[in-house]
Design a protein around this ligand. Structure first.
Ligand code: FAD
Length: 452
């Protein structure tokens, strides 16, 4: 989508919100449209189409809207985002404008307010910091050299070659694995052994700070859902697009429409939880099978008081075992709350969610006690995510897996027979894996429906 089309669509999206609040109503064209999924992409598409006078119904499996944007209200004074937390790069990001419209206050966090602790729990020395930076440079140089070579390899293969060259350097393996985990696996959610070296970073990014939302990311999806006709608790089982009128069969009944926009997450499509009748074109099914769906999980720990440095946003830890509790965010400075969030991604992220809550909290606390001492208090409460086993997400967000190419996202996005249209973060070639990518995909799918 070029910049002008995007701005036009963005304008009509905001007009949709205005219409929803009763200021203006467009003439109905009588076209019936079903949007499957009330996440960021589905809500965006639905608002855009409604603003152009279409008859839109959103079908959502869960008993809530938002999908992978989900602000828990368990702690009324602390919004806990189970899914997206940050507007990544506020400059030029379309969600910055949505946040302004929603009067959702943004709070910037900074990677410069960070401290790294070594495996024994001590703050790393200037020397260690310099060698960590040096390993980071070496990792990216090795990846650069390996990129655009065929056949493609995994990031793990590239990194293991580098590690073997440094076999005699104490700590090189641990430092390099730490770097790869927090800089690559946490960002892209895929395991280094599954990420494509050629394509893992084919996405774009906006500049500027990353910003949290004071009332949580759900304040954006709540705003975007205004005025829409949304049917919650409708688990779509089958989409029959064999006739001009598409039938959508849920566990509770049947709906029909002239056009259907599917925003079901990649992980759910991969699991074949929804039956397409007839089956999807081979090239689209191939894209679904080859792209990767990764995992990023969060563990929120609420303490009676703050025992860690109050000026930090990020607390990093170089673990003994790859990927275990290496990255933490403090909500003390941005939200003035004694809350820490522990992140685990990729292989360990997937593994940890199979454990019971008490074991997860116990293992998080063992790391915090290594860093801050045995005498820190136990948390007063916790909240834990399990995205891989969530039946309506089956993962956190998509990544470019070894064996996939970016063009597969174009195939995933391509409409079928001018009846079925596809949106969702995984269908956005430039900003996959993000809330703004989901938003842009919703605009694109709506534009396709309007053009058809
Ligand atoms: C832990 C985590 C952290 C993240 N952090 C960030 C961040 O900081 N910044 C950022 O920009 N992005 C982040 N993301 C990514 C962002 O949340 C997603 O890219 C985005 O929300 C996806 O929106 P979507 O509309 O594509 O999919 P979804 O939000 O998943 O919407 C799809 C909807 O379809 C529904 N559905 C599924 N199956 C069916 C069915 N059979 N019938 C009916 N409905 C169905 C689902 O319930 C869901 O509501 C994060 C994600 C996670 C999980």
């Amino acid at each position: 989508m070029d910049r002008r089309t995007f701005l036009e669509m963005s304008g009509s999206f905001l007009a949709g919100i205005t219409a929803a609040s009763g200021v203006a109503q467009a003439q109905s064209t009588g076209r019936r449209i079903i949007v499957i999924g009330a996440g960021m992409s589905g809500l965006t598409a639905a608002q855009t189409l409604k603003a152009r006078g279409n008859n839109v119904v959103v079908l959502e499996a869960r008993d809530r809207i938002g999908g992978r944007i989900w602000t828990s209200s368990k702690w009324p004074d602390v919004p806990v985002d189970f899914g997206a937390s940050w507007i990544h790069g506020v400059r030029g990001n379309p969600l910055t404008r949505i946040a302004e419209q929603a009067q959702a206050r943004q709070i910037a966090t900074s990677y410069s307010r960070a401290r790294t602790y070594n495996t024994s729990g001590r703050v790393i020395t200037k020397m260690e910091e310099a060698s960590l930076r040096n390993y980071g440079t070496q990792v990216y140089r090795a990846i650069d050299r390996a990129q655009d070579r065929y056949p493609d390899t995994s990031i793990r293969q590239v990194v293991d070659t580098l590690i073997s060259q440094l076999a005699n350097v104490p700590d090189a393996r641990r430092m390099i694995n730490f770097f790869v985990n927090i800089e690559i696996e946490h960002d892209y959610s895929g395991s280094a052994s599954s990420l494509s070296t050629n394509w893992y970073d084919s996405d774009g990014e906006y500049s500027g700070n990353d910003a949290l939302l004071e009332r949580g990311f759900g304040s954006l999806t709540d705003f975007m859902a205004k005025g829409l006709s949304i049917e919650l608790g409708q688990v779509v089982r089958e989409i029959d697009w064999s006739q001009p009128v598409v039938r959508v069969i849920t566990d509770r009944g049947e709906f029909s429409a002239d056009r259907v926009i599917v925003t079901i997450p990649l992980g759910v499509l991969q699991a074949k939880s929804v039956n397409f009748k007839p089956g999807l074109p081979v090239i689209k099914q191939n894209a679904i099978d080859k792209l990767g769906m990764g995992v990023l999980n969060k563990c929120y720990l609420r303490f009676p008081s703050t025992f860690w440095p109050t000026d930090l946003d990020w607390i990093d830890y170089i673990p003994e075992n790859h990927g275990e509790w290496a990255e933490w965010v403090s909500l003390r400075r941005p939200l003035n709350q004694p809350v820490l969030i522990g992140f685990n991604a990729a292989d360990y992220g997937r593994k940890i969610e199979t454990l019971p809550d008490t074991e997860i909290v116990g293992s998080a606390m063992a790391t915090l006690r290594t860093i801050f001492g045995e005498r820190i208090p136990d948390p007063v409460d916790f909240q834990i995510t399990r995205w891989a086993s969530d039946p309506y997400a089956k993962g956190s967000y998509s990544f470019n897996a070894l064996g996939s190419v970016p063009l597969m996202r174009v195939e995933l996005a391509r409409s079928v027979s001018n009846r079925l249209f596809f949106a969702g973060e995984a269908s956005d070639q430039n900003y996959f894996g993000t809330a703004h990518g989901a938003y842009l995909s919703g605009l694109r799918a709506a534009a396709e429906v309007l053009a058809g």
